[in-house]
Structure formats: structure tokens, C-alpha cells
Design a binder for this molecule. Sequence first.
Ligand code: SAM
Ligand code: DTB
Ligand code: SF4
Length: 340
Amino acid sequence: MLAATVRLTCALPAGKKSGTVTPTLEKLTQLYHRPLFDLIGESRRTHLEFWNKNEVQLCTLLSVKTGGCSEDCGYCSQSAHHDSGVERQALMTVDDVLPVAQMAKANGSTRFCMGAAWRGVRKGEPKFDRMLETVREVSRLGLEVCVTLGQLGDDEANDLRDAGLTAYNHNIDTSPEHYSYIVTTHTFQDRLDTIGAVQRAGLSVCCGGIIGMGESVTDRLRMLEVLCNFDPPPESVPINCLMPMPGTPLEDEPPVDVFDLVRMIATARIMLPKAKVRLSAGRSRLSREAQALCFYAGANSIFYGDRLLTAGNPGVDDDRQLLEDLGLVAQAPHSEQHIH
Ligand code: SAM
Ligand code: DTB
Ligand code: SF4
């Protein structure tokens, strides 16, 4: 059964009482529901105040270990719980990863993000040692290096920092209330605990989520509320639209309305002015015009390359053309994209 259907027939989990609205949630709600042009007018003003207005960061993604994951995330093609047909691939070696990172740099990316289909990592494990070595080598190329390896604690976060990692990606994915309808093998609090370890190590946190998983608008805003309360705020916020992967419980979810996506981006830009807002999964299903509206509303980073982890993404040539047609430029290496 679809998680969305379950969600609609279930009472809210204890702790989510309708009417308990914090000032942050109230502000998010007011912003989100403004007339669209008022909302994107304000988000554009915020964008101009904090960012070089025509710069977009290009990030290259690489799945360094694919499929066979123990977790049951309802959206994910890499979970061993779903029959998605994704071919499993063992952890890549440093020698396999390095040429891909070099090519990413040559193509204009300034950030290299490596994803692994794991529940998490532990210090002392050979797979973690190999990741540390890979981070060390990629960081020598002068790229920002990000990894997303699942759960970790203080020791692992410190080791990654010492290896030269820039940022750790760990998404909260949805609201605390909706989380257990999407994932049962770990909790929302587990996600927050990992993010806490990353923050304590002094690493940048890349944290966002997915829209289009049967959640309500309130769930989407609760997700943003949690991000707004991070201390320090996230350095980057990926907004993914669900890529409905065959064989997953969410394969039949309808696509997100483009104006809902634009509202999310604009609201995130206003409330998290210094965060890079990354227009992430789902661009292959958006028109050029829709993507242009997302950039205008405050998105200033994309995944660049024709594959995400297992799902498709627009081709490099199409993205180059789109940026050129809009007069947008790729963020220069080491540029201070951030104005304040
Ligand atoms: N296993 C690690 C974890 O879960 O944190 C890292 C890899 S996981 C694939 C990274 C993120 O990709 C997820 O948290 C989710 O936000 C995003 N993602 C995965 N499948 C997706 C899909 N079908 N559509 C949109 N985003 C997706
Ligand atoms: C993020 O927020 N989105 C990226 C990255 N962080 C790791 C992953 C998107 C995955 C889309 C589905 C897939 O390729 O399997
Ligand atoms: Fe595993 Fe991450 Fe996919 Fe969840 S999202 S099944 S933890 S790879």
C-alpha cells in the first residue's frame, strides 16, 4: 500500500497536536501562502542581498556504492527491501573515483558529492578507511568534497573532517510526523543525531529533503522549520522532488506541482538566506521555464551530469544551454559566492 494512503487514514502521531504552531512555523506558513509573485519578489530580494545573483554552483554526484542497503526508505531504489532492479555495485576504489572527480572539475563543477547506499559507517571498518582515503585524494583536487554515507558519530565525523571533507549530506527528508510513514528501519531522531555529530566536528551540514511523498503542505513546512532551527543553519539545503523509482512503495506518487516546488524554494531562500538552495532530484521532469522560475525564486545550485545516484538528470549539454540562455554562470572555483 502506498505510504501516502496509509498517512491519510492514520491519526497524527503523538506529539503532533494540531494548533501547536511555533512562531517559526507561523512565519513559514504565512510566507508560503502569499500570492506567488509577492513570495518570489521577496525571495528574489533576499537572494540579491546575500548572493552573487547570476551564479549557480554545479555539483557532480557519484554513487560510490550502489544498492543492497539494509534500510527501507520508501522512495529509494537502493533499498534491499524493494525490488527496483537496480544493480548492486561494491564500493569503488580511490583509483576508480579520482578520474571521475577530475572530469567533474574539468567540466566546471566545484563540488563533488559521493553517495553510498549504507545505513551508516563506523570507525575501524575497512569501508570507512577507504572512504577516508578517497576524501583525502579528492580534496587535493581543489574541489569542495561532500559525502553522504548514512549514520555516523563524533569519531567518524572528526576523521572525515581531518581527511579534508567540506560538507556532509544527511537529509531529514520530510517532517518528523511523516517520517515513520516513509522509513521504519531508523528514526527521525537518528537523522538528527548524525547531523549533531557533523556539526560538532565543525563540518558544513548539507541537509534538505524530498517533496512529493504524500505529505501535506504542513509537513513540508515542518521540514523547513526543523532546518531553520539548526544551529548553525545548514550550509546547503537540497530540495528534491521525488523521482518515483519502479518497485518502490512510492512508485505511483503523482508529480509535484511546479508552483509548490517554487514556493518551497522561495520560502527556504527567505528563511535560510545564507544557505545554498539546491534544486536537486527531479529536474529531468521540469521544463526549462520551470527551472528558470526556481532559479529566480532563489535556487543557486544544481546537480550537474546525466545521472544522479541511480536516477536520471538532464544532460550536461542541455544544462549548459539552459544556463547560457538565462545568462547564468557556473560558480568559479574558490569564488566567494556568498556576499555576507
Ligand atoms: N544512505 C545515505 C542516506 O540515506 O543518508 C545516503 C544516500 S541517500 C540515496 C541520499 C538522499 O537521496 C536521501 O536522503 C534522499 O533525500 C535522496 N533520494 C533518494 N532517493 C530519492 C528519490 N527517489 N527521489 C528523490 N530523492 C531521493
Ligand atoms: C540529495 O539531497 N539528493 C541527491 C544527493 N543529496 C545525494 C541524491 C538524489 C537521488 C535521487 C534518486 C537516485 O538517483 O537514486
Ligand atoms: Fe539506504 Fe540511504 Fe536509500 Fe535509505 S536513502 S535505503 S539509507 S541508501
